[in-house]
Design a protein around this ligand. Structure first.
Ligand SMILES: [Cu+2]
Length: 293
């Protein structure tokens, strides 16, 4: 412990010389990322604070303009998600591919906020509600904590990915990369570097195909009956572990008995396991930065 304390003290001295990094405090070290989603006159700002003490990732959102209640061009409510791939400087929202979904929940299983462990990790509007448009197009700053949104490990990380805002008909209206100083996608003053993430290096090249039938087994606060779950047209994904349950996790695959259309069958499904590996980041900082497009 002495060696660690000495190291911590040295680190604190070291970071003090860099203007954009503040020393972390008592197990509540912060991880920070942000995304500036634009397109179709929309200006939406997302900030993410991760912690390494098992509390949820805090998401703060401010929409300065563009999300109208009644627009002749597009209709809300507006869904928004973390998508797997970055969209780059040109903000080609198609390049974002599909939602961040390491446990293969798929878009065909409709997310219920009461059971976020069965939602796609990146389905922020499914877990926390869509944006309702306003008369001015702006939405006042609001925030929430998400117990399943992770900065690490790579498979689950929001780093190196993007945010996409959709019209009610799913058209991609606005998007922007999630950038951070942690993985080199943002400079020290939080300008986008347009460099690949140093942490997330493996990306899908195509979006996964979703089961053709959309199902809504989770409705309200009551856990669905076995009968409902056993009669799903595709296997129910394994539930995600919250940050409280496991600060660090690993993604594996397991061949398991599942129910599909009322019959038992074998399937290989992704599963999240608790990992004792130390978090890869120390996390830092509270500072506010200018927004750069
Ligand atoms: Cu989306």
């Amino acid at each position: 412990m002495h060696a660690f304390s000495a190291f911590a003290a040295l680190s604190a001295l070291a970071v003090a010389t860099f203007t954009n990094a503040a020393p972390a405090s008592n197990g509540r070290e912060r991880l920070y990322a942000r995304s500036y989603a634009t397109g179709n006159g929309i200006d939406a700002r997302f900030e993410f604070w991760g912690r390494t003490d098992g509390t949820g990732t805090f998401v703060k959102i401010e929409v300065l303009k563009g999300l109208f209640k009644d627009s002749p061009h597009y209709q809300g409510p507006y869904g928004y998600h973390v998508h797997t791939n970055p969209v780059g400087e040109e903000r080609n929202c198609t390049k974002a591919l599909a939602h961040l979904d390491p446990l293969a929940v798929t878009e065909s299983l409709i997310c219920d906020p009461a059971f976020p462990q069965y939602c796609q990790e990146g389905d922020l509007s499914g877990k926390h509600g869509k944006f309702n448009g306003t008369t001015s197009g702006a939405i006042e700053t609001f925030g929430y904590s998400d117990d399943y949104l992770r900065f690490f490990p790579e498979d689950f990380s929001i780093l190196g990915r993007s945010i996409v805002i959709h019209a009610a008909n799913k058209t991609r209206l606005a998007c922007g990369d999630i950038i951070s100083t942690i993985d080199g996608t943002a400079s020290g003053s939080f300008k986008p570097t347009h460099k690949p993430s140093k942490f997330v290096k493996h990306y899908p090249t195509v979006a996964p195909t979703n089961p053709p039938q959309v199902v809504t087994p989770f409705v309200g606060e009551t856990f669905p009956s076995d009968d409902t779950l056993h009669n799903l047209p595709f296997p129910l994904a394994n539930p995600a572990l919250s940050l409280q349950e496991a600060l660090n996790v690993e993604l594996t695959e397991k061949t398991q008995t599942v129910w599909v259309n009322g019959s038992k069958t074998q399937a290989k499904l992704p599963v999240e396991k608790k990992s004792s590996a130390k978090p890869p980041f120390r996390g830092f900082t509270d500072k506010s930065w200018t927004w750069y497009a």
